[in-house]
Design a protein around this ligand. Structure first.
Ligand SMILES: [Zn+2]
Length: 430
């Protein structure tokens, strides 16, 4: 694999911390961001690098040379005139004939790029972008997508009077060399997002690779501090999907949102007070937050999949306003009992994913390389506790919603807390 790193940024906003060095050379825990990037990319098998450098580019050249001391090969493209975020890709027109990674040099990450490249190849897109939820979707540009295909980017400057998915473009791409047919035809100023990405989105040729891995820019003093802490605590490396992950599996109704029986009316969705704080604690802990939910209302024909998707966008919007998110959500649309009016016949089956079955958990474990022995299941019903036991996880009962008083299963929880808001009590004991 080849990685092209846009390393021309000046780092103006960090000039107090690191004067007169390009942004990618700003040290995090004593080592330049660019070194952290090269090391992560190398772990995914990237040996060939192109650094796009500008003003102060000599600092980078002197540090890395030809890359041999890092066990890789590096060549440089020197931008004498600023060409925007994409203009210097012109100089790669002749040199690159395969799909390649395009990465912005101010990002701290540890990503399994083999997985991302595999996703890209499966979809055959012109551009695959790395997408993830963040803790401030309300002031971020958001990706609008359906089944991975991106159909728009909603600028943070727009007024948002709709429920949105918490999905943000991280600044890491896989690009197909076929882009050179239509773009980068001359060495001219090019804004990658506006002049290339937006046009390819219109053509339907952009896919979003949804990952839980750590990617954050270190471009402001605040973020610089938090990224440094995350590096030292091991959160950045720990989140790489090349490594086994640990997760908090969460029930939805009665655990996150107020229990109202089977929810079919979006207006009835409201967060249980303070649960966003609990999710935030999970988000900052190194555990993934994954919702697993039975939705037999789909099989019974009481709710359509687009309506359920909209309910989940509302859930993400409400959580996002409080700085919290979940990493993914899996649901079972099935129901075993046939013979009702309006039902969806093909979903009326005895499936393996309906809790207390563990099909949803196994699906998540496969997708995100999760070690169930290090994971926990949290819910308000005895069925959730039984699900956790069936999957070999530690279990946590929350005294919201059903409060564990439904009497359906005998499984006993390992921990009992008043509310998901108090999950930190459990996480600190694991
Ligand atoms: Zn199912």
């Amino acid at each position: 694999m080849i990685a092209v790193i846009s390393a021309g940024g000046k780092g103006t906003r960090l000039s107090a911390i690191a004067p007169n060095i390009p942004k990618p050379m700003v040290p995090i825990a004593g080592t330049p961001i660019l070194v952290h990037q090269v090391e992560s990319l190398k772990r995914s098998g990237v040996k060939e690098f192109v650094f796009l450098v500008g003003h102060l580019g000599h600092v980078i050249r002197e540090y890395f040379g030809d890359g041999s001391s890092f066990g890789v090969s590096i060549r440089y493209i020197q931008e004498d005139q600023p060409l925007g975020s994409g203009g210097s890709l012109y100089f790669l027109r002749e040199g690159i004939k395969e799909d390649f990674l395009f990465v912005f040099g101010d990002l701290m990450f540890d990503v399994d790029f083999i997985r991302m490249m595999q996703f890209h190849k499966e979809h055959g897109a012109a551009i695959t972008l790395f997408a993830h939820p963040n803790s401030h979707p309300f002031d971020s540009d958001l990706i609008l997508q359906r089944n991975g295909q991106v159909h728009g980017i909603d600028s943070k400057n727009n007024v948002r009077d709709y429920f949105y998915e918490n999905l943000v473009n991280a600044g890491i791409y896989v690009l197909s060399p076929r882009l050179f047919k239509d773009y980068f035809l001359e060495p001219a100023k090019t804004d990658f997002e506006k002049d290339v990405l937006a046009k390819e989105i219109e053509r339907g040729d952009v896919y979003a690779y949804h990952s839980t891995e750590y990617v954050k820019d270190a471009g402001t003093p605040d973020r610089y501090e938090s990224v440094g802490r995350d590096l030292l605590s091991g959160v950045i490396a720990g989140r790489s999907l090349a490594k086994k992950q640990k997760a908090v599996f969460l029930d939805r109704d009665g655990t996150i949102n107020t229990y109202k029986g089977f929810l079919t009316d979006i207006d009835q969705l409201e967060l249980i007070p303070r649960v966003a704080k609990g999710l935030k604690d999970i988000n900052e802990s190194g555990y993934l937050a994954i919702i697993v939910s039975n939705q037999p209302v789909i099989a019974r024909g009481e709710l359509t999949v687009p309506e359920l998707d909209e309910i989940h966008r509302k859930l993400q919007t409400l959580l996002g306003k409080e700085g919290a998110y979940y990493d993914d959500l899996f649901y079972c649309p099935h129901h075993p009992d046939k013979g009702f009016e309006g039902e969806v016949r093909e979903l009326k089956i005895d499936c393996a994913c309906r809790k207390p079955g563990i099909g949803l958990i196994l699906e998540a474990a496969e997708k995100y390389n999760i070690d169930l022995c290090q994971s926990i299941m949290v819910g308000d019903g005895t069925m959730d506790i039984q699900t956790g036991v069936n999957a070999g996880m530690k279990t946590v009962l929350v005294k919201t919603g059903l409060k564990g008083e439904d009497g359906k299963y005998d499984a006993q929880p390992d921990f009992v807390i008043d509310s998901l808001a108090d999950i930190q009590e459990v996480l600190s004991k694991l």
